[in-house]
Design a binder for this molecule. Sequence first.
Ligand code: HEC
Length: 279
Amino acid sequence: MRPRLSLFSASVLTVVLAYLFIQVVIPYASMWIADRPSPVTVPAALTVIYMLLVFIGLYIYITISEENVREFLQPILEFLRGGETGVRAGLRLGLLALVPLLVGWITYDRLAPKVQSLTGIRIQHPTIPGQYEKLINPYRNPTDDLVKQFQQQEGLDGIGLEEARKRLVGTALAEGRALYQKNCRVCHGSKADGSGPMAVGFRLRPANFRDPGTIATVVEAYAFWRISEGGRGLPNESSPWDSAMPRWKEELTEAEIWKIILAEYELADVEPRKPEKLE
Ligand code: HEC
């Protein structure tokens, strides 16, 4: 007669194979079918459900007849009853000692008070990276060159330089206001008070620009950095709680960001900090 796998070994093998199928075969097959660059892992919750189904199936199969139950239990009982000496006896002793130790350890781990470090303090305004430090907002006090360029573009040769400067700032502000309402309002609010419709969804609330502790304490270059790089551009000291502030340099041009900054300060009714002259 062909040597048959015992019911116990077959059951263990089934569980192992099912697990490997879920963890290895499905991810790689999905990668291949969906043409993805990496394996598509099965979500943990789904793995639990699949494995549960395997266990239920096995349970039904084993308990369907008395014989099966006996066959399944036999190696377990043999192992536990023992009698022999040598490797199996040592293994049994080890297992019987391990179970209560494991239970004890889990219980201890759950109940023992833990030493917890204090909740980290989040640094709201870390140091600005060097490449942003020296930038100034071209639309706050536009240079003569920029004004002349604007005059040419708009065909405003007839008016004086000062008048043209005023119009340039006015246009930039109007554009900035529209861009702010379009892109920033959902989080920072239509009045720049940090209470946009999406704001409640974040543990780290969007900055309230009317609060004197936010944009009023920084120079415009700082706001430019934060808007360009977003939460992802923040260094580690600005955790815990990751910032949901998007990275706008992928969506907006530099000019648009400067215009938004102009409008943002106006809307919040605060002044940016003046850059210090070091020389
Ligand atoms: C998805 C929500 C969201 C949107 C949209 C968003 N922000 Fe933010 N923003 C945040 C959050 C949250 C913070 C606070 C955490 C931080 O400093 O990164 C923040 C912080 C900032 C800060 C830093 C303030 C300070 O004092 O450090 C600036 C400046 C800012 N946002 C400007 C903008 C501008 C301008 C726009 C539109 C172009 C915008 N944000 C759009 C969520 C958002």
